[in-house]
Design a protein around this ligand. Structure first.
Ligand code: DHB
Ligand code: FE
Length: 297
């Protein structure tokens, strides 16, 4: 059966894509940001996921005011990088996994999550920047991707509680897929940032770090943070963090942090990154660098 073996949280600042594409990722400004992902890149080489369920948000690239799906799942074969105003990023196309994606769509919809099914769309920095952070600049992305797009751009976004519950349903869907697949789930966007208005530039390191503290462990209190708290504490774009809760919900009751990185600032944004392992106390039977550690309390 397919299994979710790890969850990854990461910011998606578009400037990081520019830094990667222009070879500036180790300069004075970007060096400390990218260095926080070195551990993950090495770990990923041992993990070798087959598929990533990549929870992200589109920024008016594939969708706009004409269509605003709350939750959408990509069931296509391929996705091209979007043109966000400066031409598409020079990164590989993203290969989908239609069989797994359709299976997840069916399971979620029959579980009463009314997903929008997308067969064709371009993917913007929300999806391609996390891929660059985790994999660098390969000729081809090393695994398939099931894009899961969440509306966090136009009010109202889904609640944190609904996102967490969607994650739980995704885990159930993955575990009922008969093929042996090593599946990761990524939650992207955040951390605190506000791009417009009188509070533009807002960053709240204390609140972000408390969020990171609470992402690991066996508490689910993050799911109950109301929208207004994200807006007050983490800024208008801090609401992107609800997407991390889909990832966290998919890891089960307890999760263990394997790696954590926080850096301020990057562009207008606080960078947060965490690698998590589901902590079900049973250990893992798939080969991998540190799967055994997940069994220890
Ligand atoms: C920035 C951050 C974002 O999340 C985004 O989507 C666009 C820009 C920024 O900090 O510049
Ligand atoms: Fe964003």
């Amino acid at each position: 059966m397919a299994r979710i073996t790890a969850g990854i949280a990461s910011s998606h600042v578009p400037l990081l894509g520019v830094a990667s594409d222009q070879g500036k990722d180790r300069d004075e400004y970007f060096g400390p940001i990218f260095a926080g992902y070195d551990w993950t890149r090495t770990w990923m080489e041992a993990e070798r996921p087959d598929v990533i369920i990549l929870v992200y948000n589109d920024h008016a690239s594939a969708f706009d005011m004409t269509v605003i799906p709350t939750f959408a799942i990509g069931c296509g074969e391929r996705y091209k990088p979007a043109d966000e105003g400066w031409g598409p990023r020079p990164v590989p196309d993203v290969a989908g996994h239609p069989d797994l994606a359709w299976h997840i769509a069916q399971s979620l919809i029959l579980d009463e999550f009314d997903m929008t099914i997308i067969n064709e769309m371009a993917v913007d920095h929300g999806l391609t920047v996390p891929l660059s952070m985790m994999f660098g600049k390969p000729e081809k992305w090393p695994c398939k991707v099931v894009p899961l797009a969440v509306n966090v751009v136009t009010y109202p976004p889904p609640s944190g509680n609904r996102c967490w519950a969607l994650g739980e349903a995704i885990r159930k869907a993955v575990e009922s897929f008969p093929e042996d697949l090593n599946v990761q789930i990524w939650g992207t966007g955040g951390m605190s940032h506000q791009l417009q208005g009188p509070r533009a530039g807002l960053i709240n390191a204390e609140w972000d770090n408390s969020f990171l503290d609470r992402l690991a462990g066996d508490s689910d209190d993050l799911r109950h943070i109301p929208h207004i708290d994200y807006l007050r504490e983490a800024g208008s774009e801090g609401i992107e963090l609800v997407m991390w809760l889909i990832m966290r919900g998919a890891l089960g009751a307890a999760a263990k942090a394997l790696h954590r990185h926080y850096h301020v600032p990057c562009s207008n944004t606080a960078i947060g990154h965490m690698v998590l392992r589901p902590d079900n106390g049973e250990g893992f039977d798939m080969s991998g660098s540190d799967r055994q550690r997940s069994a220890t309390p």
